[in-house]
Design a protein around this ligand. Structure first.
Ligand code: BGP
Length: 463
């Protein structure tokens, strides 16, 4: 079978600690910001009281069931698994004290289990969570001190796992902070843009320092950034719409520009002036930022449109990320517009812009699955979605884009980030659990499980 995917292409799947592990206070783990957002990444922050419970407290209990899950991933032929380390397992409050040995030991066991099946770990340092202690006592990423705390955490895990983990990512979807400031940078909803951009700056410096630390401690390792990927199209060919689209795409890509090119892009000076934002950037910060990532990773779910027509913009408010719908595209049950060709466009854009290898670290369809009377789950819609997107990855490779791998989102059902619910499922593996937290947690193979195993086995030839 002939295939255009590179021989060592890293096929696999991606999960995140706070959406699968559960065990939210086990073995000395501290409270993380995500433990305080019962309605998801856009939702309010709710202090916990004794007896309170949340859907993520158990999640899919990956903390205890990971051997069974990794075995299932191996059965699909995974060459790679992306997950994150929960910072609060290592430094429960984020700042003071020694690292928590029980937390470190958990990830040792997890990485050893992956190694048994030759599954390459791809590890995110911070996936939509940070120690709540850092928010309460220091003001999250609003404080410069958080850069040092993060660097200490990053150095601790690089040192500990340097022989086991060679592929790293700094912050998940770092460019989401404007839309979800608490999740992104630990700042309250309603914070000023001035405060958010200063916090983002601290996070970008922290990311660069982690890249430097990784290069020092793991010379044969590679570390990437992680962007929410999704192109914005102009709704019309009006020059004003084109210009607005360029500017809005830059708001998203600015983060990647800093992380991959090592400095603030020229266009940000005018942006900050126009918005009356003054970011404090020290000479040392500028030096730190020069350490750039080795590859660009991103999530891809959808695209959207931009218009200068205010009436249309007002109608779009309330949609995810306030994007105007594209009349040429269908949507998922959650209103996310499905656009496989957009993935090829985005890959070309990112590769042209950065000239660094790409890694697609999230892509998938959230859908409601039905368990048939005989126990089977026939998720043809998911197969179609993923197949169509992977065909476009192949096209991008033919366009000359260098791609390291593809880890689809949620190969096993998990808690949704935006809704903190279970009914939005992405998995090849079904997990028996509902939105109220009922269910046996039993794992079951869906139809897509066998489809993806075939894709991996043939290195993409069956697409
Ligand atoms: C990305 C996040 C993931 C994930 C995914 C799907 O933004 O990095 O954590 O959850 O989106 O989103 P959702 O779970 O809201 O469907």
């Amino acid at each position: 079978m002939s295939t255009i995917f590179p021989e060592h292409f890293l096929w696999g799947g991606a999960v995140a600690a706070n959406q699968v592990e559960g065990a939210y206070l086990t073995d000395g783990k501290g409270l993380s910001t995500s433990d305080l957002q019962p309605q998801g990444v856009f939702g309010p922050v709710v202090e916990r009281h004794a007896g309170d419970s949340g859907i993520k407290d158990v999640a899919i209990d990956f903390y205890h069931r990971y051997p069974e899950d990794i075995k299932l991933f191996a059965e699909m032929g995974f060459r790679c698994l992306r997950t994150s380390i929960a910072w609060t397992r290592i430094f429960p409050q984020g700042d003071e004290g020694q690292p928590n040995e029980a937390g470190l030991a958990f990830y040792d066991r997890l990485f050893d289990e992956m190694a048994r099946y030759h599954i390459t770990p791809l590890i995110t340092l911070s996936h939509y969570e940070m120690p709540y202690g850092l928010v309460k006592n220091h003001g999250g990423w609003g404080s410069r001190d958080t850069i040092d705390y993060f660097e200490r955490y990053a150095r601790t895990v690089f040192q500990r796992y340097r022989h086991k983990v060679k592929h790293w990512l700094t912050f998940n979807e770092i460019n989401m902070s404007l839309h979800a400031p608490f999740t992104g940078v630990g700042l309250p909803e309603g914070s000023s843009r001035q405060a958010i951009y200063q916090a983002i700056h601290h996070q970008l410096v922290a990311s660069a320092r982690a890249v430097k630390a990784c290069h020092e401690i793991i010379p044969d390792g590679r570390i990437g950034n992680m962007l929410l990927g999704g192109l914005l199209y102009p709704l019309s060919c009006k020059p004003e719409d084109m210009l607005e689209t360029l500017q809005q795409n830059r708001e998203w890509l600015f983060f990647g520009d800093v992380q991959a090119r090592g400095a603030y892009p020229a266009y940000m000076a005018r942006f900050f002036t126009d918005q009356n934002i003054q970011v404090t950037i020290t000479p040392q910060d500028r030096t730190d930022l020069r350490e750039t990532v080795d590859f660009i990773s991103f999530s891809y779910y959808m695209t959207g449109c931009v218009t200068t027509d205010q009436a249309l913009n007002n109608q779009a408010r309330g949609n995810i990320l306030n994007m105007v719908p594209n009349p040429h595209l269908a949507s998922s049950d959650w209103g996310w517009q499905i656009d496989p060709v957009g993935l090829r466009l985005l890959m070309n854009e990112l590769y042209d812009r950065y000239r660094k290898p790409l890694f697609i670290v999230e892509n998938g369809l959230g859908a409601r699955d039905k368990v048939e009377a005989d126990g089977s789950i026939n998720d043809d819609y998911r197969i179609r979605y993923l197949n169509d997107h992977l065909v476009q990855v192949g096209e991008a490779i033919k366009d000359g884009v260098e791609v390291l791998g593809y880890t689809c989102w949620g190969p096993i059902d998990l808690v949704s980030a935006s809704k903190a619910e279970f009914s939005k499922r992405y998995g090849f593996i079904y997990v028996d659990r509902d939105d109220q937290g009922n269910g046996t947690l039993e794992r079951r193979r869906k139809k897509s499980f066998h489809w993806y195993a075939g894709v991996v086995k043939s290195n993409g030839a069956t697409l």
